[in-house]
Design a protein around this ligand. Structure first.
Ligand code: NDP
Length: 286
């Protein structure tokens, strides 16, 4: 599995599983737990979750799957990279540690590897950053970062962050073949600072899997449209992809896409069909 360097020198897997929509319905619980166990068995090591997903339900399912895999000796804790997120309304000096403690309990973990502000809300960035730095210093999280922040927010965050504490380690935003907006300014800004961009909704919430034109380009390569969409995201330097699926065949296909090197003519054809942005536009958000 390809890895990316984080500011500070540690690494994170470049590919993982998103868990939005997990833990929302009791009737799907058993199938979702099976999917998480399958993901671990197939070799997924990065998992992206949030206190928002199923209002804690996704973290609880993930925690159970991880605990089972650790107990069975199928995976070591230090091989895993668990990402979770704090709601903006909890992102105060006191709210952050309390939310983190609840997430740790649901995840059955002593430490979250990367803990993100889910999006910018009413609490000042300086306050949230200080609270997140405190969590790193206390060992409750290994790294902290943000999500849905554009360049101006990141510049403000940099000024508001105590340079003697842990630095912001990642920014998670909407980035896919269908949403290439970050390439105009945000992605170059992050690359220049060695700040990984975690691409959420890399299959456009499933829409790219059904795009005929993508299917036609993918077929001669022996790939599905979804695999081509993922391989393209992963071909972008400094980018991590976290597609969501709850189906074993898709888990396998998506993981296989992480190993695909796309030929230059295919990358050029994708640029023609999904042109990069000509100028900066507001950051898209799902
Ligand atoms: P994705 O682009 O990952 O698409 C998920 C959809 O694609 C699901 O309907 C899934 O269905 C389908 N799918 C997945 N793999 C395949 C495949 N190989 N072939 C066909 N269909 C496929 O969208 P998400 O919005 O879920 O984004 C991914 C993750 O990013 C989220 O789960 C979450 O962790 C994170 N995220 C973060 C946000 C933020 O604000 N920070 C916002 C949005 C997402 P099925 O399950 O049936 O396979």
């Amino acid at each position: 599995m390809k890895t990316l360097a984080l500011p500070g020198g540690a690494t994170m897997p470049a590919f993982g599983l998103g868990t939005w929509r997990y833990g929302e319905q009791a009737g799907r619980r058993s199938a979702e737990l099976t999917a998480l166990r399958d993901a671990l068995a197939l070799g997924y090591r990065l998992f992206d979750t949030a206190e928002m997903y199923g209002e804690g339900g996704a973290e609880t399912l993930l925690g159970q799957a991880i605990a089972d895999a650790l107990r069975a000796g199928e995976v070591r804790r230090d091989e895993l990279f668990i990402v979770s997120k704090v709601y903006p309304h909890n992102a105060s000096r006191r709210g952050v540690p309390a939310a983190c403690e609840r997430s740790l309990k649901r995840l059955q973990l002593e430490r979250i590897d990367l803990y993100l502000l889910h999006w910018r809300g009413e609490h000042p960035l300086a306050e949230t950053a200080a609270a997140l730095q405190d969590l790193v210093a206390a060992g409750h999280i290994a790294h902290w970062g943000v999500s849905n922040l554009d360049v101006d927010d990141l510049e403000e965050l940099a000024k508001a962050t105590d340079p003697s504490g842990a630095p912001c380690a990642a920014n998670q935003v909407y980035y896919s073949l269908g949403e290439r907006g970050p390439e105009a300014a945000l992605l170059p800004w992050q690359r220049a600072r060695g700040l990984p961009l975690m691409a959420y909704s890399p299959i456009d919430q499933g829409a790219l899997a059904a795009a005929d034109m993508l299917g036609a380009l993918a077929q001669p390569l022996g790939l599905s449209a979804a695999q081509l969409a993922l391989a393209w995201v992963l071909a972008q330097p400094g980018v991590v992809a976290i597609p969501k699926t709850a189906q074993r065949p898709h888990l396998r296909d998506n993981l296989a896409a992480a190993a695909v090197e796309l030929p230059a003519d295919v990358l050029a054809a994708l640029d023609r069909h999904f042109p990069p942005p000509k100028r900066k536009r507001p950051l898209a958000m799902i």
